[in-house]
Design a protein around this ligand. Structure first.
Ligand SMILES: [Zn+2]
Length: 136
């Protein structure tokens, strides 16, 4: 359940305006995608393994699974984040700090992604929800 940042009212996901105070919710709360139970059940292990293989295993094993591709997208964004963290490490001191903190945050997100894939959840990771979809 999400809450309106202006008045604190409980609001449904995916709505653009708060039904209580009428203020615009920017950015709009992105709805958690819902996947078919059979898809989730059959592909959650591969979806989880996507986080450990930069999405390669699910792309080979179950390219047609919407659930697995949802997690592949998140795995790819985490990988891009890792690359950026490596890149920023070129800058002495400040870059090392940002790179280290970034890597730790991405590690935590990876664990969260793995847990959500195994639970059969399509809930977005923080920040990743705001990023465009790479693989459909
Ligand atoms: Zn409100």
């Amino acid at each position: 359940m999400k809450y309106c940042p202006h008045c604190g009212a409980e609001i449904a996901e995916g709505v653009r305006f708060c039904p209580v105070c009428g203020k615009e919710l920017v950015p709009p709360v992105k709805a958690t995608p819902v996947f078919e139970a059979q898809d989730v059940e059959e592909n959650k292990i591969l979806a989880m393994l996507g986080y450990l293989t930069v999405g390669i295993l699910p792309m080979v094993g179950c390219r047609n699974s919407a659930f697995a591709m949802h997690h592949v997208n998140q795995a790819l964004w985490l990988f891009i984040g890792e690359l950026l963290c490596c890149l920023v490490m070129i800058i002495p001191v400040l870059g090392w700090i940002i790179g280290c903190v970034g890597t730790m945050v991405l590690f935590i997100f990876t664990i969260m992604g793995i847990v959500r894939a195994l639970k059969g959840s399509g809930e977005y990771l923080p920040f990743v929800a705001k990023l465009p979809t790479i693989i459909k």
